[in-house]
Design a protein around this ligand. Structure first.
Ligand code: ATP
Length: 283
């Protein structure tokens, strides 16, 4: 039996450069992990089935689940003669912009690699991962990285300085496709400070880091869901160092250098958001 942790990710930056001929946006984003984890248990089966057990009413247990897709791809590609039972314990909010499903798939790739003693490198697992989702190679790697292409090309970066992360997930659902669809790529808004963010990580400079957070999609999603702006303002009034939306949203996160500061932001959010988490940056 193999246990795997699947941490959530946040975007320190997210920039979209142009729309490609294949329909994907060319992106440039710096992602890191936070200590909010789904947990997976993987066991070999006597038969060849893939059985996924998840106790969550919004999470599918069949081929639509990214963990199932990862297991299927591994079994087919490496002609494994046994199936697998995956028990998935969800903590990461669903459809939140925190890559929960992608991280579950990544944990499945890593777990199957151990369970079936395949000895595949992280590079090989990342290439497989890119076949089923753009964010999954980052989740396979699981550490801070600059992600380019459609998100699948990784360049490792130093982990961020220690910080608390307050995550606020409003009770709305956001379709990533709708957000990208509404994005006006020719009308460039504010510059996303990707290079400053890289420098902040290289220098371990927390104040430069909090000043370099950015997300090209934030304005688009706020236009559809003003609650995101309300959550940001609530965090700012309560003394957070910086706030940003993660991915295509709707989760908003804030960074705080002190525990006391993070706790007062959590308290301030109580009136306007039911799903709030206070965790550490993992990097
Ligand atoms: P991203 O940040 O990559 O956009 P997300 O956090 O917005 O991801 P997920 O929680 O990964 O979104 O899942 C979005 C949808 O995908 C869910 O509504 C669910 O139906 C489906 N799904 C597939 N696999 C999973 C999984 N392992 N966990 C949760 N949802 C999953």
């Amino acid at each position: 039996m193999i246990y795997e942790n699947a941490p959530a990710k946040i975007n320190l930056t997210l920039d979209t450069l142009y729309k490609r001929d294949d329909g994907y946006h060319e992106v440039e984003m710096i992602m890191t992990t936070v200590d909010l984890n789904d947990r997976l248990t993987l066991e070999k089966r006597a038969d060849k089935k893939i059985v996924l057990k998840v106790e969550h009413r919004y999470v599918p247990t069949d081929h639509r689940n990214l963990a199932y897709k990862a297991a299927k791809l591994m079994i087919e590609r490496y002609q494994l003669d046994r199936g697998v039972t995956i028990t998935l314990d969800k903590t990461i909010p669903i459809a939140a912009g925190l890559a929960g499903g992608s991280s579950d798939a990544a944990a499945t790739f890593r777990g199957m690699n151990h369970l079936f003693e395949l000895n595949l490198s992280l590079e090989t697992l990342s290439e497989l991962a890119a076949e089923i989702g753009s964010d999954i190679p980052f989740c396979v790697y699981g550490k801070t990285a600059l992600c380019t292409g459609r998100g699948e090309k990784l360049q490792p970066l130093p982990k961020p300085p220690a910080a608390w992360v307050v995550l606020a997930k409003p009770d709305i659902s956001v379709s990533t496709a709708d957000v990208y669809g509404a994005l006006r790529i020719d009308e460039k808004g504010e510059k996303i400070a990707t290079e400053d963010c890289v420098r902040a990580l290289e220098e371990g400079n927390y104040s430069l880091l909090v000043n370099s957070l950015g997300n090209r999609l934030e304005e688009v999603t706020i236009g559809m869901h003003p609650i995101i702006q309300t959550l940001k303002e609530t965090m700012q009034k309560a003394g957070i160092d910086a706030t940003m939306m993660s991915g295509s949203g709707p989760t908003v996160y804030g960074l705080a250098s002190k525990e006391r500061q993070a706790k007062s932001v959590v308290n301030a959010l109580k009136g306007c958001c039911k799903e709030v988490y206070m965790v550490r940056l993992l990097g």
